[in-house]
Design a binder for this molecule. Structure first.
Ligand code: ZN
Ligand code: ZN
Length: 387
């Protein structure tokens, strides 16, 4: 039996920055409505959480920054703090100043901490916080929609609770830069990010040769994918690089970030994945967790800017894999009816998209990606296996 726990993101504080913002509770509603409609969560699977305290946040963030976020979250922030906001990455288009921000971000961080404690204590094998995955946040600054880095907190909490080695896997289309930087010099946390190439995609970091520094050299893995990468190439690249990395590292816990913005329909990137790749990634991580670390696996959401057509299906898939449930074959028509009015195109009828037609760009991307995987394995002194 897969003892899995799920954070009810509907219960986290409201943060009103529009449907696409990762902190927007509204972004979670179609997902949780889909889970409920199909009866995919039983009562004992819900996991309670409390907002992270300032002391907990300080494990990943400078006290000055936490003070700034608190001050800038007031209904009418002090002008002195407003003047200092840019130094903390706040007041930008990605990270606007808005009331209640601290409470919302601390709640998300607390929820990922609760997942980590549930898994490390053995209360659950796997735990999922769909509201988490804020991988761009830096120790002293907000970045890319992210205020507090719940993933850094999770890895450090797991270390404190006895995990010698933590494997972090990030399948968001953007490089998991905040997490990688936090552990740049820490060989006990292996970070693995598959993302669209920094040649074209923000945050323009995450190259094959970025390996970590000092004693941690070799514990940072970056797998950049070429634009127009399709399912087959993405899945093969992920498997061929992640399996040897994970098996050599032998983690005690896996923390994963399941941003679904690598989907073909996502407006923020140009990879061409379908939801089948999200199923592939979730299954791979699930199998690795049982093979390598007694099932200990904490998963989070992340980016994903198709809140009706993609996000609810992407994270329903993660939860079904994690909780050992078969995927529902067809989405309940009542769910589609309830959310269709918000979306101009028809909502999908199935969790898994039909395969996308592949063109010349896709073939070129596949060839370049195969070359990238070979180079990556060579950088990490691992030979690539044929096939
Ligand atoms: Zn399991
Ligand atoms: Zn992203």
């Amino acid at each position: 039996m897969h003892r899995a726990r799920l954070i009810d993101a509907r219960q986290l504080p409201v943060y009103d920055l529009g449907i696409s913002h990762p902190f927007a509770r509204e972004r979670q509603l179609p997902l949780f409505d889909l889970l409920r409609t199909h009866g995919l969560v039983s009562d004992e699977e819900w996991l309670a959480s409390a907002p992270a305290t300032d002391a907990e946040l300080a494990v990943a963030h400078h006290p000055d920054y936490i003070r700034a976020v608190r001050a800038l979250s007031a209904e009418n922030p002090d002008p002195a703090w407003l003047a200092r906001a840019p130094a903390f990455g706040m007041g930008t288009e990605d990270n606007p100043i808005a009331p209640g921000q601290h409470a919302a971000a601390a709640a998300v961080a607390g929820a990922t901490l609760a997942c980590t404690r549930a898994v490390m204590s053995g209360q659950a094998a796997h735990a999922f916080n769909p509201a988490g995955g804020l991988h761009h946040a830096l120790p002293g600054a907000a970045s890319g929609f992210c205020v507090y880095n719940d993933l850094v907190l999770a890895a450090r909490e797991a270390r404190r609770l006895g995990a010698a080695r933590v494997l972090y896997v990030d399948v968001d289309v953007h490089h998991g830069d905040g997490v990688e930087r936090a552990f740049d010099a820490d060989p006990q946390v292996l970070t693995f990010s598959i993302h669209e190439t920094p040649d074209v995609r923000w945050p323009f970091t995450g190259r094959v040769g970025d390996l970590g520094s000092g004693a941690a050299r070799g514990s940072k893995w970056n797998l950049p994918m070429w634009p127009e990468t399709g399912d087959d190439s993405w899945q093969q690249s992920l498997r061929d690089a992640l399996l040897p990395a994970a098996r050599r590292f032998r983690p005690d816990l896996i923390v994963s970030q399941h941003g679904c913005d690598a989907h073909a329909e996502d407006p923020l990137a140009t990879l061409l994945l379908t939801t089948s790749s999200f199923l592939f990634a979730a299954r791979l991580l699930h199998e690795l967790s049982h093979e390598l670390c007694g099932g200990r696996w904490v998963a989070t959401g992340g980016g994903g800017y198709q809140p009706y057509r993609v996000l609810p299906r992407a994270w329903t898939i993660v939860w079904c894999v994690m909780s050992g449930r078969p995927l529902p074959e067809r989405l309940d028509p009542s769910w589609r009816q309830r959310w269709q009015q918000r979306e101009s195109r028809p909502l999908p009828q199935n969790l898994l998209d039909p395969p996308l037609p592949t063109g010349a760009g896709c073939a070129e991307a596949a060839a370049r990606n195969a070359e990238t995987v070979r180079a990556l394995l060579a950088c990490h002194a691992l030979a690539s296996e044929p096939g």
